[in-house]
Design a protein. Structure first.
Length: 208
């Protein structure tokens, strides 16, 4: 019988050798059963540090990327967070481990992926995460202002509606650029402008 918990622990031990991840992030990665989120056919690879296909031409990011983004968002328990690109729901669950599931709002473009993510999240114990099918460029105004917002798909810039839905002092994070992208973290100033900081070169599926 496969011991998923051992495999996950080994994956997190490998992540822990990086010097840029805090225990808060590692604990979240240790808690979420990634194998329950990936398609059945990919389960055996669930704890390899690699992206995996989740259908509709979309991919779930590699664990180290989810961990890095969790870290860069400087999440605190109780923060209200907007995610654009629910995919299979894995990344949302990691975020929920830090801030609380009831504080996570995620928008997914594909109805089918949104419905499937809702199901998976509920069965894995993250049913309090809110998932909406629709265009993430519009954000989710009913639940604004957000302390944090992040994109799991690449855009040329942070969508204006999303910037407006983040509180002053809040953080936006996402892969910006066309075919090759840079992970950009920005802090929203009171006047709505952004204080941007560039991180690693990354490769994500494009925002629609
Ligand atoms: N965080 C996800 C990875 C998602 S891949 C996970 O853990 O599985 C990026 C996702 O963004 C895809 O599911 C894609 O359908 C979605 N997406 C692309 N454009 C979008 C848009 N305009 N609004 C919302 N979601 C979008």
């Amino acid at each position: 019988m496969t011991d998923w918990t051992d495999r996950r622990a080994a994956m997190v031990d490998a992540l822990a050798t990086r010097d840029d991840l805090t225990e808060q992030t590692l604990a979240a990665m240790r808690a979420v059963p990634r194998h329950e989120f990936v398609p059945r056919g990919s389960r055996r690879a669930a704890y390899k540090d690699t992206p995996l296909p989740i259908g509709k031409g979309q991919t779930i990011s590699a664990p180290h990327m989810v961990a890095l983004m969790t870290e860069l968002l400087e999440l605190q328990s109780g923060d209200t967070v907007l995610e654009i690109g629910t995919g299979c729901g894995y990344h949302a669950a990691v975020t929920a481990e830090v801030v609380g599931a009831e504080n996570v709002y995620s928008v997914e473009y594909h109805d089918r992926l949104a419905a499937k993510a809702r199901e998976t999240l509920a069965s894995a114990g993250y049913g309090a995460i809110s998932v909406r099918a629709g265009d993430g460029k519009q954000g989710w105004s009913e639940h604004a202002p957000f302390d944090r917002a992040y994109l799991t798909c690449a855009a040329s810039a942070f969508p204006q509606a999303v910037i407006e839905q983040v509180r002053p002092g809040g953080i936006l994070l996402g892969p910006l650029g066309d075919r090759r992208q840079t992970l950009v973290r920005a802090r929203r100033r009171a006047d709505g402008s952004l204080d941007r900081e560039e991180h690693s070169r990354v490769r994500f599926v494009p925002l629609k």
